[in-house]
Design a protein. Structure first.
Length: 66
């Protein structure tokens, strides 16, 4: 399986939220695994997750939240 570097996704917080979301989506669209990003209404990144297998599953575990 190809690797994907979650840290390589550029988060341009100067963009309005709709444009920020499109920017991130373009960068992750062809990722070989499912990756997830979550932003609050102000466009601040509140969660990013890359699973060890092919699917991003969410749980209440705080280890995925920063």
């Amino acid at each position: 399986m190809a690797t994907f570097d979650l840290e390589s996704v550029h988060i341009d917080s100067s963009l309005p939220l709709p444009y920020l979301l499109r920017s991130v989506e373009r960068q992750i669209a062809d990722a070989p695994v499912e990756v997830s990003f979550a932003f609050n209404d102000a466009g601040v990144l509140v969660l990013r997750k890359q699973p060890e297998n092919k699917r991003a599953l969410f749980s209440p575990s705080p280890k995925y939240i920063f």
